[in-house]
Design a protein around this ligand. Structure first.
Ligand code: DGJ
Length: 729
């Protein structure tokens, strides 16, 4: 990792192990241009790629065609209103409502380490393993400063970018759009990869060509949602899972976001990512600053799989924090699909007693323990224990669970308020709403105005009181509806456009307070399943519930899409009962265990009611988790086959960093008549090493396993699964 300034060529070289990123300073005016992002270069001058030697030349040489220059120059931070007619990275309105800005370089510094982003989640690093380039740009007319930060990390092919605006002018300005990263590059027949979805079908993978014009994936729900991800990758046409160049971008943010590719007249592509400008505006008074979220760029010359592994390494080592970051998570049993709202102390203790016998390590009490919460129509906001359900109180229940040798976890939905709640009756104005317009309900609930500190203080005080009242070691933080009818009583008319962003900052503030007050707490985020599975949330919680769809076969697709960016250590995955509550499918208990093993692993069923045969498998599954979790959590992930593409089978593997061990998960989704055994080519092993497959006599060289492969026999039936454990011989 290195950041170098080359005086002669006026360029900055950001070096990661296998990639180089080059920024060039151009013309007497100091335009900041993008010259190169690709395979690692030696220290050589590639600023010619900015084509400033070609007509229309730079304004210094050809002032009469300034606009033509701006309209094609590859910019690092393109602004709007002065001649670059492509998508802008920043749109500023001055006090007279004119929309124009032009940022040019004023100064720069290269420092060891990386500063925190005020109030926002971001990657982190030490002075030894991280370096940061800070470019200070200025719009001279507005007096507005833009600080562009670029950080590189030891051993990782990623660059973290962010932008901070500081108003050093005399007048207020309004930010109407601010992208965290923008990248101009020549189109090389790129395809684009995005993740799309819906409730119970989160993060499906979609690959299409980049066509002319703007193509985006954007959220307006106040969170990324089940539907969108703040992610896009550009792929060379021939790039595959294992080969070819891929550039991925992911925003570390949990609110409205947009990621887009704008292919233009000169066949270059502008890739950018940031806060969704729709519904956003932010007033910056003189002396004030605005920090935009961080975006991460990943370069891979090893195809899509290489990109995923880099994101995993970066997020495991430089984003996720806290005690559980590198630790095996306790195997939990959650009562949601077991009881829904119909539970009491005895029922929970029955579940815990049985679970403890099999080695399950934590009971999580889900929705329904507070206020008048007998169904999902009421009581959100009333964070007081319902002692009618929990006879003897919360502490009694937790103590009893602890006596069984198990930990205890609890569910909250801190951002919500039910119209039928004591909190709403006392503070109807705490709900997000537009005066004079009836706010829409979703799951019969409103959203609390998290931009208001007094509301956050109240919620924090209630949560902390509950958490201090007993030995609670885990919190599931849920959020079951998107945001709309946006209005805050605390914001003046001209600042309502700040709501969405301030809401997210409020959520971050509350989560930070929670993990600071309870440093040993394991926090799991959740949003009606996986509507807020994003890198922002991972800064606060090392794991996120992936989806309300717990069916093992559906989960293959959901977890594959999730693992495109996010590490397996972060994916909340449980074994649930059959017929599955979302799709009605019957799958073998064994297979459900194999699929949940690719995530945090746990149970979501009534252990007192499942069949004897299923129950008998739980202790084995628990042993399996203990045997493989270190490998799954810390290893390198390789996709081998997706049943969503081939109809018949799914296969992926995790290889230990030292290449001494690997675990292959194979699921035969559909049995196929009259077929041979299937030949599977393994990946990521050391070609020279000798391996054995657990349970077999013979040994194989790594190169054999990867090139000749192994044969997996027909498993007779649908939804059958198999683990193949590979060890260095
Ligand atoms: C949605 C979550 O995804 C579920 O696991 C469960 O916690 C429910 N909410 C509870 O309302």
């Amino acid at each position: 990792m290195e950041i170098i300034y080359e005086e002669k060529s006026r360029s900055f070289l950001l070096q990661t192990p296998k990639s180089t990123y080059v920024i060039g300073i151009v013309d007497a005016e100091n335009f900041v241009g993008h010259a190169y992002y690709g395979p690692r270069l030696m220290e050589d001058d590639v600023t010619y790629l900015m084509r400033t030697g070609e007509a229309p030349f730079t304004p210094e040489k050809n002032a009469r065609d300034r606009l033509s220059f701006l309209d094609c120059f590859p910019q690092e931070f393109p602004s709007c209103g002065v001649g670059d007619f492509r998508e802008s990275a920043v749109t500023i309105k001055d006090k007279g409502s004119h929309v124009a800005s032009e940022f040019v370089l004023e100064s720069f510094e290269i420092v060891n380490g990386k500063e925190k982003l005020e109030g926002l989640p971001a990657t982190w690093g030490s002075e030894e393993d991280t370096k940061t380039l800070k470019l200070t740009l200025r719009d001279k007319v507005l007096g507005l400063k833009a600080i562009l930060s670029y950080s590189v990390f030891e051993g990782i092919d990623a660059i973290a970018r962010s932008v901070k605006l500081v108003n050093e002018g005399k007048d207020p300005v309004t930010i109407e759009k601010i992208m965290s990263a923008s990248l101009d590059m020549d189109n090389r027949e790129y395809d684009k990869l995005i993740l799309y979805g819906s409730w119970a079908r989160e993060r499906y993978i979609d690959r299409t060509p980049v066509n002319y014009g703007v193509q985006s994936t954007s959220s307006l729900r106040g969170e990324p949602g089940h539907q969108e991800q703040p992610f896009m990758a550009l792929l060379e046409k021939n790039a595959t899972e294992d080969q070819g160049e891929v550039i991925g971008i992911n925003l570390i943010y949990s609110g409205n976001c947009t990621t887009l590719a704008d292919r233009n007249q000169f066949d270059s592509i502008r890739l950018m990512s940031g806060i969704n400008p729709e519904g956003f505006s932010y007033i910056l008074n003189p002396g004030e600053s605005f920090q935009a979220p961080e975006a991460v760029l990943v370069y891979s010359s090893e195809g899509i799989g290489g990109m995923s592994r880099t994101f995993h390494d970066l997020y495991r080592n430089h984003l996720i924090r806290g005690e559980y970051r590198d630790k095996k998570r306790p195997i939990l049993i959650n009562n949601w699909e077991a009881t829904y709202f119909d539970f009491n102390t005895e029922k929970l203790l029955d579940i815990a007693r049985e679970a403890s016998k099999d080695g399950i390590e934590m009971l999580v009490m889900d929705d329904g323990w507070f206020g008048n919460r007998y169904d999902d129509n009421r009581a959100l906001g009333d964070w007081f224990v319902n002692e009618e359900k929990l006879a003897g109180g919360l502490k009694y229940l937790v103590d009893e669970v602890n006596k069984l040798g198990m930990k205890f976890g609890i569910w909250f939905e801190p951002e919500m308020i039910s119209p039928d709640s004591d909190l709403y009756r006392a503070h109807p104005d705490w709900a997000v709403q537009i005066p004079g317009r009836e706010a829409g309900l979703a799951r019969n609930q409103y959203v609390l105005d998290m931009t208001r500190k007094e509301i956050r203080d109240y919620i924090f005080e209630r949560m902390a009181a509950v958490l201090h009242s007993a030995n609670i070691e885990y919190v599931k933080w849920d959020m079951n509806r998107p945001l709309c009818d946006i209005g805050s009583a605390s914001l003046p008319a001209d600042r309502q456009g700040e709501f969405f962003h301030r809401y997210v900052l409020g959520v971050y503030d509350l989560q930070e307070r929670l993990i600071t007050e309870f440093p040993h707490l394991l926090l799991e985020n959740c949003s009606g399943g996986g509507a807020r599975f994003d890198a922002g949330m991972l800064y606060y919680s090392p794991q996120i519930w992936c989806s309300d769809d717990t069916d093992a076969i559906e989960r293959l697709t959901i977890q594959e899409g999730t693992a495109l960016i996010y590490p397996l250590s972060a994916m909340g995955a449980h074994v649930s009962d059959c017929p599955n509550h979302t799709v009605g499918r019957e799958t073998p208990f064994e297979t459900r265990g194999y699929v949940a093993l690719a995530g945090t692993f746990g149970y979501e069923l009534d252990i007192t009611k499942i069949s004897k045969e299923d129950r008998a498998m739980i202790p084995e599954q628990i042993q399996m988790y203990h045997k493989y979790n270190d490998l799954v959590r810390t290893g390198d992930y390789y996709r081998i086959a997706s049943y969503s593409k081939n109809r018949y089978y799914d296969c992926y593997m995790v290889v230990a960093k030292d290449k001494m061990e690997a675990l292959v998960t194979y699921v035969q989704v559909m049995g196929r008549p009259n077929s041979h055994s299937r030949r599977i080519l393994l990946k990521g092993l050391c070609p020279e090493k000798t391996y054995r497959i657990e349970g077999e006599e013979r040994t194989y060289r790594g190169s054999t396993l990867m090139n000749a492969g192994i044969l997996v026999e027909n498993l007779w039936g649908d939804y059958k699964g198999k683990l193949i454990h590979i060890l260095e011989a």
